[in-house]
Write a protein that binds this ligand. Structure first.
Ligand code: BGC
Length: 319
């Protein structure tokens, strides 16, 4: 009987779930709203139900789903299946694994969401050919998954890899973690949206008003679209955004010197519009120059599926 694994990617807005085979092929996937204001038990119940629904819609028999993996934002105690602290969903000491497990009767394991996405990209996406890579997700927050010589680096008690919370501007913008000037405050989609809105307020003539319609409708694409329409204020927002992103990327490259930086999250849909100037800003500042140990800067190829794929991969490896 062929075995499958379920991957669940818990986000602030949606829980994405999928059933994945041992080759990394997604046989079915779907997403449900997280409803993050609810007690964790209700969210766990929905996550378990999603796995059951997906398995039955894929026509799998009892026992064919061999395990479940979860990717969740925050600091995760992987050994005990507990979300120790999450700045995004605002949880502390939530025993999510057990809560999902008791509803499914299957082994459930958990890791940080960006670690899961890194595992997914490394297993069957843009990171496949790289032994060492740093995955950076640019979404609501900025997450990181560091893979060194084929192994996920998680730090002591899996509490490391929080690249979004390195300061790139001392005394800078507030971060949800309580510090100021974190990489996440500037390089997340949330940071980009905040800066876009500020620029619109300062430039009433900007084409961004027409593009977004209102401040509430601004998203991570607004400034990029404005730049494409020839708007100077929009171009400045994009340039600044990419400069801040570059600062963080340079730090990470100089610490880990991976073969690749793999960028994920919605902002990456901009492709070369984002990547080409980023490479230009990063390259001159690589320690010792860019030639000795060249670093590829590429976009993730699994898109929104990286997290669920990697979560399933985690379950596969823990069998
Ligand atoms: C959290 C990380 C998470 C990232 C992406 C950050 O704010 O601190 O744990 O991986 O957002 O969701």
């Amino acid at each position: 009987m062929k075995k499958y694994y379920a991957g669940l990617d818990l986000g602030g807005t949606f829980v994405k779930g999928g059933i994945v085979d041992e080759q990394g092929r997604i046989v079915i996937k779907d997403k449900i709203p997280t409803g993050r204001e609810r007690p964790y038990g209700a969210i766990a119940a929905d996550m378990a139900q999603l796995v059951k629904d997906l398995a039955s819609r894929a026509g799998l028999q009892e026992g064919q789903v061999a395990g479940v993996g979860i990717g969740s934002p925050g600091l995760i105690d992987a050994e005990h299946g507990v979300i120790v602290y999450s700045n995004n969903i605002r949880w502390e000491n939530v025993p999510l694994c057990g809560a999902v497990q008791e509803r499914l009767g299957l082994p459930v394991c958990i890791t940080n969401d960006a670690n899961a996405a890194a595992l997914g990209e490394h297993f069957c996406g843009a990171g496949k050919q790289f032994g060492s890579m740093v995955f950076i997700t640019l979404g609501t927050g900025v997450g990181g998954g560091v893979i060194l010589n084929g192994e996920l680096f998680e730090g002591f008690r899996s509490a490391g890899g929080e690249i979004g919370h390195m300061v790139i501007e001392r005394g800078g913008w507030d971060c949800t973690c309580g510090r100021k000037g974190c990489f996440e405050a500037y390089a997340s989609a949330t940071g980009l949206i905040r800066r876009t809105r500020e620029s619109m307020v300062a430039h009433k003539e900007s084409a961004m008003w027409k593009i977004a319609g209102s401040l509430e409708n601004v998203d991570g694409k607004t400034a990029f679209d404005g730049m494409r329409a020839g708007d100077a204020a929009a171009k400045q927002v994009v340039d600044e955004y990419i400069s801040y992103l570059a600062e963080g990327v340079i730090n990470l490259v100089n610490i880990f010197r991976p073969e690749a930086i793999v960028l994920g999250g919605g902002v990456c849909a901009e492709g070369e519009t984002l990547l080409a100037p980023l490479r230009e800003k990063v390259s001159p500042w690589l320690f010792g120059g860019a030639d000795y140990a060249p670093v590829a800067i590429v976009a993730a190829s699994l898109g929104n599926d990286a997290g669920l794929c990697g979560a399933a991969r985690l379950a596969m490896c823990r069998k």
